[in-house]
Ligand binder design. Structure first.
Ligand code: NDP
Length: 601
């Protein structure tokens, strides 16, 4: 293909437009604009998928208790089982394993990172993903597969929320109390509660007044819509007028299905998502057979991380939107003359590449959407990593369906909900059903999201230990909280384009540490204050993050555009040398076997 000349871009005009669009969306109330699912709104959090079964409270002891039955709990549980720890108890507020894949059964739910690297333990379970980007039912089944294969159902407690965890210094165990009246002890605890599991509603006046039907996307009501996650045709919506509020990554995936199913669909937009090409396709079993040689998934994980985060030019096996972002920037950086490889020049090159990419995505909207006015409103005016990048080949196309109307609120959001419908830009849209694609609590205090505040040695609460920002070693251990492990990306690799990679490496590490503690006959393992401090000092040398900068349009990536406290850096930081280097470092650290920085007692 002949090289097409790079489009001429008026950078100053784009910067002005980005700033204007940001300005429209800034609100003094920041995160407080959202509503918690409490009181009259509590029913929005009810589990529509699994009946609640009464059971007697549990009062026993297990070696390991893990809070959260999503990927974090599954991979850690699997590694603990491999390490010979038989009594692993997973405590999960949903009715089964799966975490985000348990709750998010909306039509079209699909992983946004390639299945080959997104779905954990593929090699261990022998599962071949059916598509480059697998759909929700397959991912949920995979969670059940992992839990079954590794015997994690035996001690699991579902529909159960932890209310209190405290360290018992005399007995060297954690005492755990739950919403089901359980009170049991565990030698070790792990937490994988994820940042995106508490649904939130937009704080729109009148939200309680609506007389029609309504639900949040993470509690999809198939009894109302018809269909099911595997066949989301939703025949009951054929004569319905439906409003969906929100146009983030969730809406991008479910709007195409709604557009096909609904009599009338109104999509209420405050800020457009950037929607790039998806290019999903089935996985060919012959190709997979060639790939799936021992150690394949680790090699794929490494390859993606190298391509996504590093300056190396490893052959890109995954080739998706995430690695493309990096490839573009890297190619431009490599073209800089040797004497100009400064941070400033690299950042300028990155900015240019971003302008080009976003222009390309905006042109895609023009090409795909037939009505030019609608196409214009679907264009995103911000840098690509200001908001979660989306990839889809049917979302923009959905606005060509005669049933579907984009109701753009020009950055202001929906004004009011009435008994009959939704008001935006001064007009009332009467509807039978409102679907809230309004996302999850992310930027709020973690205790509000977790619902408990772990009490460590001497009763010190984790919220106190982290009051000036998160403090850990490797993102996994916190001083004063012996035998407790955190399974999440921050202060570790911080790799957000493939979150499960962070979780699998943490799970592996924890499996090794617990096995080591058992073999040494140690009752306690804890990071020393010095090792934790040294890690924090190292993290503080990391460059500022590229995601959700202060100039970005508001959203959960940048605290809804509000200034952040000094603790912010620690709450979002990763290993200064990047994700690939972190995973290498962590592997060497655990393989050395002395677990430097930890004390076994
Ligand atoms: P988001 O928080 O991304 O989106 C919420 C939407 O609601 C935004 O479009 C927001 O607008 C809109 N909104 C909020 N208040 C109002 C209002 N008053 N009036 C009108 N609109 C309003 O939630 P999602 O559930 O879409 O996604 C959350 C995250 O979950 C993603 O960022 C991603 O990390 C993850 N996810 C991952 C998927 C995957 O990997 N396959 C799929 C789906 C989600 P505004 O942008 O202006 O704030």
């Amino acid at each position: 293909m002949a090289d097409t000349p790079a489009p001429v871009i008026d950078k100053e005009a784009l910067k002005r437009r980005y700033a204007e669009e940001r300005e429209k969306r800034l609100r003094a109330d920041g995160n407080d604009q959202y509503l918690q699912l409490r009181g009259q709104l509590a029913h929005y959090a009810d589990d529509p998928y699994t009946p609640f079964v009464q059971r007697a409270p549990v009062a026993d002891h297990v070696t390991f208790a893990f809070i959260g039955g999503g990927f974090a709990g599954l991979v850690t549980g699997a590694r603990l089982k491999e390490a010979g720890i038989d009594d692993v108890r997973i405590i999960e507020k949903g009715g089964d394993f799966g975490g985000t894949w348990y709750w998010n059964r909306y039509p079209g739910a699909q992983c946004d990172t390639a299945s080959m690297i997104y779905m954990p333990l593929l090699e261990e379970t022998g599962h071949m993903p059916s598509e480059k980007y697998a759909h929700g039912p397959e991912i949920r089944e995979h969670c059940v597969r992992i839990a079954t294969q590794f015997g994690l159902y035996e001690h699991a407690l579902f529909h159960t929320e932890v209310e209190d965890i405290r360290w018992d210094e005399a007995a060297k165990v954690w005492t755990i109390e739950t919403s089901r009246g359980d009170c049991f002890t565990a030698r070790f605890v792990g937490m994988g509660t994820g940042p995106l599991h508490v649904p939130k509603l937009p704080g729109i006046p009148g939200i309680e007044d609506f007389d029609g039907h309504s639900f949040h996307t993470s509690r999809w009501d198939y009894a109302y819509t018809g269909g099911d996650p595997a066949d989301p045709r939703m025949e009951n919506l054929a004569d319905k007028r439906v409003a969906i509020i929100g146009t983030g990554a969730t809406a991008v995936q479910c709007v195409p299905h709604l557009a096909r199913a609904c009599g009338t669909l109104y999509v209420f937009q405050r800020t457009p998502s950037s929607v790039d090409v998806r290019d999903n396709r089935p996985i060919d079993p012959d190709w997979f057979g060639e790939i799936a040689k021992p150690g394949w998934q680790d090699r794929w994980l490494e390859n993606f991380t190298a391509n996504q985060g590093g300056l190396t030019m490893a052959e890109d096996w995954v080739r998706d939107g995430w690695t493309e972002i990096s490839r573009r920037v890297r190619t431009r950086i490599m073209q800089l003359p040797p004497g100009e490889m400064t941070i400033e020049k690299m950042m300028a090159v990155y900015e240019d590449s971003d302008f080009e990419k976003m222009e390309e995505i905006r042109r895609r909207a023009e090409t795909v959407v037939q009505d030019p006015e609608t196409a214009e409103k679907l264009k995103a005016w911000y840098r690509q990593l200001c908001k979660r990048p989306c990839f889809h080949d049917a979302y923009l196309q959905a606005f060509n369906e005669p049933s579907t109307q984009l109701i753009d609120t020009d950055g202001k959001g929906v004004e009011r909900i009435t008994k009959k419908g939704v008001v935006a830009r001064g007009r009332e849209y009467e509807v039978d059903c409102i679907i809230y694609a309004s996302g999850f609590e992310v930027g709020t205090e973690w205790t509000r999201r977790a619902g408990f505040d772990i009490a460590g040695r001497d009763g010190q609460r984790l919220s106190e230990h982290w009051s000036k920002g998160m403090r850990t070693l490797h993102g996994i251990h916190a001083h004063g909280f012996p035998n407790a492990f955190f399974v999440q990306p921050t202060q570790g690799a911080n790799l957000i384009s493939n979150v499960p990679h962070n979780l699998t490496e943490a799970g592996r590490t924890i499996g090794r540490i617990v096995a080591e503690a058992q073999s040494r006959g140690a009752e306690e393992v804890e990071v020393t204050a010095e090792a934790e401090q040294k890690w924090i000092e190292l993290l503080l040398t990391a460059p500022e993050r590229l995601i959700g900068g202060p100039d970005c349009t508001p959203g959960y990536y940048n605290n809804e555009g509000q200034p952040r406290g000094p603790e912010d850096k620690l709450n979002f930081v990763g290993y200064p040398a990047g994700a690939l280097a972190y995973f290498k470092y962590l592997k060497e650290w655990r393989d050395k076997g002395d677990f430097e920085g930890l004390e076994f007692r």
